[in-house]
Write a protein that binds this ligand. Structure first.
Ligand code: UDX
Length: 464
């Protein structure tokens, strides 16, 4: 079969895999190929055990793989054969040299640009899909511009805004698709080609175009704004605990203002995930780089409040449990960075567990999907932690429960049964405000929510 367009994606991770699957699904007359330097990952995409878990992804892969969606290893050959190339390689935070700890490590991106340059025999549209610092496209353009002969490259920025766990819905019904390009004749032509692809299933008013720098920057800013909302509500949760105000009531009242909106106002132990911290730190680095130190400090405070919230949670556990955790058994309920995923990257649970261990507590970790990753994250503490999937067995014999992930199943636990099996006085620290606090208090627990008055039988033990 002859395909209308041939599309390649370099990078078969969380973004590349699902987003290309959606293009293939929506455009059966396009051939979409995904390559990766990690050949085990390509094997996984070609197997029944996909390397990424997303509701709905399996079904789409089944419908497209082998028909117009291919996962391949011959990167060089694929570069030759495709005209439109998405670049979706990882851009972790730099761990060395200038900007270590904040700036993005762009070595994989640059290697990919050089590979595209080396193996291209015809003009290409190269699309940045990874989240990148603003002005990265310039470096990409400069590398590609060194092409000998007549080959031309047009670089576009098309950042991906999908969230984990809802990736397929986000891809199918995006809030917006953003496409940035150079505003030259050839840039606008390339932009129009990409618009055409998305226009197959995304309403025209949701496909927005901009100059290339705005597109690059918008992705960082969207994540920074989302994280900033979480830090804002978390900072107020601290004040609520001092004043007997209730953070859920405050969030509701504030969020009903149409200008503010109600989403991302849930107080908790702080944000995690692979993007928020990395992107904000990248923004901070960029602001400092351009001499905007006050702006850098403003955004850095979002990360600081996130750390502060986790320290507050820990101080609350320690203070409420009579200032010693040594030898006490604490059951951590939930280890993933949010519900409905097994992903533990930057999960607050990692930091909190380590701090509990530093207090010589014995930690039992329970999670429906993340125990494998938890054991990898905490490999250096092997032997000090037990991993128990069933929450009832995990809680049995413990002094306290610390709810760290908002899994629906924790809402529905039989706390009466759990209470009976625990050491008394029994404590619950609800780091996500998901359980019925009054009910648990009536059962006999001392209950410590976030941003709400504690329901404790030890009134004199002020939180901290
Ligand atoms: C995020 C962005 O939402 C997405 O657009 C971007 O492409 C990648 O980063 P994701 O990392 O999947 O997606 O997580 P998200 O659902 O945004 O949640 C991030 C963190 O914030 C989680 O740890 C979550 O528990 C926390 N959070 C979120 C809160 O604590 N309170 C809230 O009200 C919302």
């Amino acid at each position: 079969m002859k395909f209308k367009k041939n599309i390649l994606c370099i990078g078969a991770g969380y973004v590349g895999g699902p987003s290309m699957a959606m293009i293939a699904y929506k455009c059966p007359d396009y051939r979409v190929t995904v390559v990766d330097i990690n050949s085990a990952r390509i094997d996984a995409w070609n197997s029944t055990e996909l390397p990424v878990y997303e509701p709905g992804l399996d079904a789409i892969i089944k419908k497209t793989r082998g028909k117009n969606l291919f996962f391949a290893k011959d990167i060089e050959n694929q570069i030759k054969e495709n005209d439109i190339i998405f670049v979706s390689v990882n851009t972790p935070t730099k761990t060395f040299g200038a900007g270590a700890g904040q700036a993005s490590d762009l070595q994989f991106l640059e290697k990919t640009a050089r590979q595209i340059l080396e193996h291209s025999q015809s003009p290409k549209i190269v699309i940045e899909k990874s989240t990148l610092p603003v002005k990265t496209a310039l470096a990409m353009e400069r590398i590609l511009a060194s092409a000998k002969g007549k080959i031309t490259f047009e670089v576009l920025s098309n950042p991906e805004f999908m969230a984990e766990g809802t990736a397929m819905t986000n891809l199918e019904k995006p809030d917006r698709v953003l496409i940035g390009s150079r505003e030259t004749e050839s840039g606008l032509k390339a932009r129009a080609q990409l618009v055409d692809i998305y226009a197959r299933w995304v309403p025209a008013e949701k496909i927005i175009t901009s100059n290339i720098w705005s597109a690059e920057l918008s992705k960082l800013v969207a994540n920074a704004f989302l994280a900033q909302r979480v830090s804002s509500i978390n900072s107020i949760s601290a004040l609520c605990e001092k004043t007997d105000a209730d953070i859920s009531e405050v969030a509701k009242a504030v969020g009903m203002d149409g200008r503010i909106g109600s989403k991302f106002l849930k107080a908790g132990i702080g944000f995690g995930g692979s993007c928020f911290k990395k992107d904000i730190l990248n923004l901070v680095y960029l602001c400092s780089y351009y001499g905007l130190q006050d702006v850098a400090d403003y955004w850095e405070s979002v990360v600081k409040i996130n750390e502060y919230q986790q320290d507050r949670f820990l101080a609350n556990i320690l203070g409420s449990m009579f200032n010693t955790l040594a030898g006490k058994k604490i059951c951590v309920l939930g280890f993933s960075f949010k519900a409905d995923t097994g992903d533990t990257r930057e999960s607050p649970a990692i930091y909190i567990t380590r701090k509990l261990l530093a207090e010589h507590a014995q930690v039992v970790i329970s999670d429906p999907k993340a125990l494998k990753n938890a054991a990898i994250d905490l490999a250096s503490d092997k032997g000090k932690i037990s991993y128990v999937e069933d929450p009832y067995s995990a809680a049995s014999g413990c002094h306290a429960l610390a709810i760290l992930t908002d899994w629906e199943l924790y809402r529905k636990l039989d706390f009466q049964k759990i209470y009976k099996s625990m050491v008394k006085p029994a404590f619950i620290f609800d780091g996500r405000n998901i359980i019925d606090h009054k009910k648990c208090f009536d059962i006999g627990f001392n209950v410590y929510p976030i941003g709400k008055p504690a329901l404790s039988r030890f009134e004199d033990q002020s939180s901290f």
